[in-house]
Design a protein around this ligand. Structure first.
Ligand code: ZN
Ligand code: ZN
Length: 350
């Protein structure tokens, strides 16, 4: 298998006129069919440029899942948002259903391609795209996390007889393709660790507050749902997160903006405000894989600092060994890295 790294431009070989997760100026000139895998900022470069271009060009298209379309609207629609921009986005956005296949016309290059939408298990609304044109098959993973035992369940990547389909190229989420992140605990194991910490805390102090920090607004949905169900209370989130999640069924019923409604608070790492409430016992949990991937020395998935803060390696990206398993399982003819892990060069990833 060949492995190439291009510093991903949004373009995929063999599919002219299509741009994925990039709205850069060059692609706005050369493409008319835009795909979005999920709503993290690094996948929406220059999306405002796209929206203003859509004002003059209603034939542009932006494809994404229903959840991503809801998050996009929640993100951009404000009372002061220009009417023309709102209308422009509404006229070009097309939602795609998970697991379904569609025929997409690329008019300026006069061809049709088939695209299938697959779950990516990264954050609310996230998906992978499988493009098929003649015999050419390309998988774009976006950001994704799959464990080895889950691979056989990806229906669209298997023939009816159970064999894997022939893939020409995989555009692969290589965020954690480095030695220091060879393994991450499974999502289930992470939830178990967090719940154990909270149970221990409650047993020791009886009352108090739990503060969970996360690196981004999107991506902690399974933690929110699991803790809300387990402790039968909503999870307090910032206004911004509450607005983003509005209408997202898997998470919106489990959150609140009223800190007094609950003892569990979720916030970004960089949020302003104190992480503890004076005079109250507090448990602080940082759920992110960044610290673990950065620190090459300690190989413990859970760490405590001297102030009693707990760090847990919660990853929404595949670990290096999971990426290797993915490639070994599907055996694509070539793979392209769409992200470069911090501290590594493109050459090293290759
Ligand atoms: Zn992401
Ligand atoms: Zn990303």
């Amino acid at each position: 298998m060949k492995m190439a790294s291009v510093g991903f431009s949004g373009l995929i070989r063999g599919f002219k006129g299509i741009s994925i997760d990039s709205f850069n100026v060059k692609n706005l000139v050369n493409c008319s069919r835009f795909f979005l895998s999920h709503c993290h900022a690094d996948h929406m470069e220059n999306i405002k440029g796209f929206i203003s271009k859509a004002r003059d060009n209603p034939d542009l298209r932006l494809f994404c899942t229903l959840e991503s379309s809801i998050i996009l609207r929640n993100k951009f629609y404000r009372p002061n948002w220009k009417h023309q921009d709102k209308n422009a986005l509404e006229s070009v956005i097309r939602t795609l259903k998970m697991g379904m296949s569609y025929t997409i016309l690329v008019p300026e290059h006069e061809y049709e391609t088939n695209v299938t939408v697959l779950p990516a298990f990264h954050c609310a609304g996230s998906c992978m795209y499988l493009f098929k044109r003649n015999d050419h098959r390309v998988l774009y993973t976006g950001d994704f996390r799959f464990q080895k035992h889950e691979l056989a369940n990806i229906r669209a990547l298997h023939e009816n007889n159970g064999a894997t389909i022939a893939l020409d190229t995989v555009y692969l989420d290589t965020t954690f393709f480095k030695q220091a992140s060879n393994h991450f605990p499974s999502r289930k194991a992470v939830l178990k660790m967090i719940i154990q910490e909270i149970d221990d805390f409650l047993e020791k102090f009886k009352t108090g507050s739990v503060f969970i920090t996360r690196p981004y607004y999107l991506g902690s949905e399974i933690i929110i749902r699991a803790l809300s169900k387990k402790y039968k209370c909503p999870v307090h989130v910032e206004w911004h997160a509450y607005k983003l999640y509005k209408g997202i069924r898997e998470v919106f019923p489990f959150i609140t903006t009223n800190a007094r409604n609950t003892f569990i608070h979720l916030r970004t790492r960089y949020a302003n405000g104190k992480q503890t409430i004076e005079g109250q016992n507090a448990l602080q949990v940082h759920a992110s894989a960044m610290w673990y991937a950065r620190n090459g020395k300690s190989r413990k998935w859970i760490q405590r600092d001297d102030q009693g803060r707990v760090k847990i390696a919660h990853s929404t990206h595949s670990s290096r060994s999971e990426l290797s398993e993915f490639i070994k399982y599907f055996k694509p003819h070539s793979a392209v890295a769409i992200s470069i892990p911090s501290g590594y060069s493109q050459k090293e990833v290759r």
